[in-house]
Design a protein around this ligand. Structure first.
Ligand SMILES: *Cc1c(COP(=O)(O)O)cnc(C)c1O
Length: 230
């Protein structure tokens, strides 16, 4: 039987080792537990073991979980799936973060629909770093314009960029993609002081991503085990 507590401990140790080996502060890396398809009990086990950030891809599932944790302070919900424009309102109302912004239209709707009673919604722009036709995200050359647009929206806070490198690549290819992301991130940070998040790295490449400068790793399988089929 897998234990989420043990898995979390191992993943935290992996993060610490990777940070130490690249002379970085382990505290500079946030662990986002990707809980898509997982039942509330699994998330409870994670919160009981100190996990605070959760990533969800499917809106309806996510809303039910958010509701189940309504009285649990301090949890932050990150939307990391593709966004249809008719789904923006519940995202604006219920999440603290969105990692998958690649269009002004979606950003504008989130800005308009973010309740005034809440702090600004934290935004990462998704970059299609390996230029895959099947993948969401903008090209690096489109970044300055979209970033400037988001920066002007009062109810959004530009926090950084996110990428999912091409799957099944040799390690050196993935490293190179992460490196390009780090360069883009440094440029963006120099221009916008609110930028502090480089969202990259998943179960299979946590250490690699941290060595190349990730500040937030999105980890599902290594915490919760093999994904449950929807
Ligand atoms: C599912 C998912 C993850 C987690 O992937 P694992 O390989 O299970 O760690 C990370 N990021 C995004 C955007 C995802 O959809």
């Amino acid at each position: 039987m897998i234990s989420i507590a043990d898995n979390l401990k191992n993943v935290r140790q992996t993060i610490k080792n990777a940070a130490n080996s690249s002379a970085r502060d382990p505290e500079s890396v946030t662990l986002l537990a990707v809980s898509k398809t997982r039942p509330v009990e699994d998330l409870k086990e994670a919160t009981n073991n100190g996990q605070r950030h959760f990533g969800e891809n499917y809106l309806q599932d996510a809303l039910a979980k958010i509701q189940a944790f309504e009285n649990h302070p301090g949890i932050e919900w990150h939307f990391i799936g593709p966004i249809q424009s008719n789904k923006t309102r519940p995202i604006a109302e219920s999440f603290q973060w969105v990692h998958t912004i690649d269009r002004e239209k979606i950003a504008r709707r989130l800005d308009e629909q973010r309740p005034e009673s809440l702090p600004p919604l934290n935004i990462c722009i998704q970059i299609n770093i390996d230029d895959e036709t099947s993948k969401s995200g903008i090209s690096p050359k489109e970044l300055p314009q979209l970033a400037a647009t988001i920066n002007r929206f009062e109810n959004l806070q530009l926090r950084g960029i996110m990428a999912i490198p091409k799957a099944g690549q040799p390690e050196e290819q993935t490293r190179s993609s992460f490196r390009q992301m780090k360069t883009l991130y440094d440029q963006l940070k120099a221009q916008f002081p609110s930028v502090d998040t480089l969202s990259m790295g998943m179960s299979g490449d946590i250490s690699l991503a941290i060595e190349e400068g990730s500040t937030l790793v999105r980890v599902g399988t290594a915490i919760f085990g093999e994904r449950i089929k929807r």
